[in-house]
Design a protein around this ligand. Structure first.
Ligand code: PLP
Ligand code: COI
Length: 354
C-alpha cells in the first residue's frame, strides 16, 4: 500500500465546455512518485498539475529510457466512476519496464495510484456519450548522465486528460495506409513494449500517410514486409469469410488490452477466432473475392474503430459498403457498455473508483 500525500490546488481550473478532442486538456492534479536505487519507489504524492523542472542532462532526453501506459476512467449513468482492466495496464507496465531496464512497479501500487489520482479529479470525468477521462501513467529516467546505461533514478507520473474520440471521424470508418517502406519494430526489438521510441519511429510514415489523405499507418513485419502487424495506435482485426482474424502476438506488436477483450468476447459469442499470420496478399485476395467482410482497429484511445479503406501500393480496398460492420458495432456497444456500467460485466473487467 502506498502512503499517498495529497496537496490540493488553490486555483482549480474551469472545466472545458466545447468539444474535448483527444489529449489536449489536463486536469487540476497529477500523481508523482520517485525511484532511487537502494531505496526503491518512494514519496508518492498528488500535487497540482504544473510544469516540472529537469536538468538538461536528464537521461530520458538523450536515450529515451521511458515507458507509458494509457487507460480511461468512465462515468457511469449511475454516477460511479469506472476503470477497465487496470490490472492489465499494471502488468504491461512491468513487461515494458523489463525491456527498458526500468525497475518494476508493484501492480497493486500502480492500480492504487491510478485510482487515487482519478478520485482526486473525479469531477473532471466527462459525462457526454463517447467521452472519458484518459489516464496517462509514464516513467522517465532522471539521472543527470550522458553515458549509455540504465538510470539509477526515475519518476513515475500520472496525468489525466478529459477526452472525446481519438479520431476526428468518431465512429465513422477511418482510412488506413499500409506502409511498405518504413517499419515500426522487429522481433527482439521493443515492439511489444509501450515506450516512446516506437512512436518516434512511426512518425515519418504517419506524416507520409496523412499527406496522402489517410489517418493512420498499418505496419507490416520488419523482415519480409509481408505480414500484417498493427496500426499506429491500435491492434487490427479482420472478418474474413465469417472468421475473426488478428495477427498473433509475435514480440513486435503491442499486446493490446482491448485486443484481448475483443478476442474473449468474440470467442464467447461463438465466432471462429484465430490469432495467426495474415499476409497482405491474403487480404487483397479476400477483398477481391468479396470475403473481406469487416476491418476494425482496437485500442483504449480508439475503442473499436471501423476501417473504411485500406491502401497498399496502388491498390485501394474499400471494406464492405464503407460503413461500420455488424461485428464492429456489436463490439463497440458491448465494450463501451461494460466500461460505463450499462452492461453486465461477465468477465469482471470493471473496477469502481472509490
Ligand atoms: N497498438 C499500439 C501501437 C498502441 O499504441 C495501442 C494503444 O494503446 C494499442 C495497440 C492498443 O492497446 P490497448 O488496447 O491496450 O489500448
Ligand atoms: C492508447 O490507446 O491508450 C494509446 O496509448 C494510444 C496513444 C498512442 C494515443
Amino acid at each position: 500500500m502506498l502512503d499517498i500525500k495529497i496537496e490540493k490546488t488553490k486555483n482549480p481550473k474551469a472545466k472545458p465546455t466545447g468539444p474535448l478532442g483527444f489529449g489536449k486538456i489536463f486536469t487540476d492534479h497529477m500523481f508523482i512518485m520517485n525511484y532511487t536505487e537502494g531505496k526503491g519507489w518512494h514519496d508518492a504524492r498528488i500535487i497540482p498539475f504544473g510544469n516540472l523542472e529537469f536538468s538538461p542532462a536528464s537521461m530520458v532526453f538523450h536515450y529515451g529510457q521511458e515507458m507509458f501506459e494509457g487507460l480511461k476512467a468512465y462515468r457511469g449513468d449511475d454516477g460511479n466512476t469506472y476503470l477497465f482492466r487496470p490490472d492489465m495496464n499494471a502488468k504491461r507496465t512491468n513487461a515494458t519496464n523489463d525491456r527498458l531496464c526500468i525497475p518494476n512497479l508493484p501492480e497493486e501500487d500502480f492500480v492504487q495510484a491510478v485510482k487515487a489520482i482519478v478520485k482526486t479529479d473525479e469531477d473532471w470525468v466527462p459525462t457526454e456519450k463517447g467521452t472519458s477521462l484518459y489516464v496517462r501513467p509514464f516513467i522517465i529516467a532522471t539521472d543527470d548522465f550522458l553515458g549509455v546505461a540504465p538510470s539509477k533514478t526515475y519518476l513515475f507520473i500520472i496525468i489525466l486528460s478529459p477526452s472525446g474520440a481519438y479520431y476526428a471521424s468518431g465512429l465513422e470508418p477511418v482510412d488506413i495506409w499500409i506502409e511498405d517502406d518504413y517499419v515500426r519494430a522487429v522481433k527482439g526489438g521493443m515492439g511489444f513494449a509501450k515506450t516512446g521510441g516506437n512512436y518516434a519511429a512511426s512518425l515519418a510514415a504517419q506524416v507520409k500517410a496523412h499527406d496522402a489523405g489517410y489517418s493512420q499507418v498499418l505496419w507490416l513485419d520488419g523482415v519480409e514486409r509481408k505480414y500484417i502487424e498493427e496500426v499506429g495506435a491500435m491492434n487490427i482485426f479482420f472478418k474474413i469469410d465469417g472468421e475473426i482474424v488478428t495477427p498473433m502476438l509475435n514480440g513486435s506488436i503491442l499486446p493490446g488490452i482491448t485486443r484481448d477483450s475483443v478476442l474473449t468476447l468474440c470467442r464467447d459469442w461463438g465466432y471462429k477466432v484465430s490469432e495467426r499470420k495474415i499476409s497482405v496478399d491474403e487480404l487483397i485476395e479476400a477483398q477481391k473475392s468479396g470475403k473481406l467482410e469487416e476491418v476494425f482497429g482496437t485500442g483504449t484511445a480508439a475503442v473499436i474503430s471501423p476501417v473504411g479503406k485500406l491502401r497498399y501500393k496502388d491498390d485501394v480496398m474499400t471494406i464492405g459498403d464503407g460503413s461500420i460492420g455488424e461485428v464492429s458495432q456489436r463490439l463497440y456497444d458491448t465494450v463501451t457498455g461494460i466500461q460505463t456500467g450499462k452492461l453486465e460485466d461477465k468477465f469482471n473487467w470493471r473496477q469502481t473508483v472509490k
